[in-house]
Write a protein that binds this ligand. Sequence first.
Ligand SMILES: [Zn+2]
Length: 75
Amino acid sequence: MFRSLIIIAIIGLIFIIIKKRFLSTDKAQARNTPSKETVRCEQCDIFIETDDAIADANRFFCCQEHQQVWHNRSD
Ligand SMILES: [Zn+2]
């Protein structure tokens, strides 16, 4: 009984260490904004994270080239 408790504790500890490592790398990628919301590029319809998207009024683009192409198209 006592031995199984120790095993559970060790497994729990390993799990916490792995989780901490995963969280720290995830945090570094997300920087200060942890939001994982996605928006759609008006030009090519792919989904990008809001952090990576280029906001233009109430539209979003995956890159500056697509922003430019979209504007040239509509004007
Ligand atoms: Zn695009």
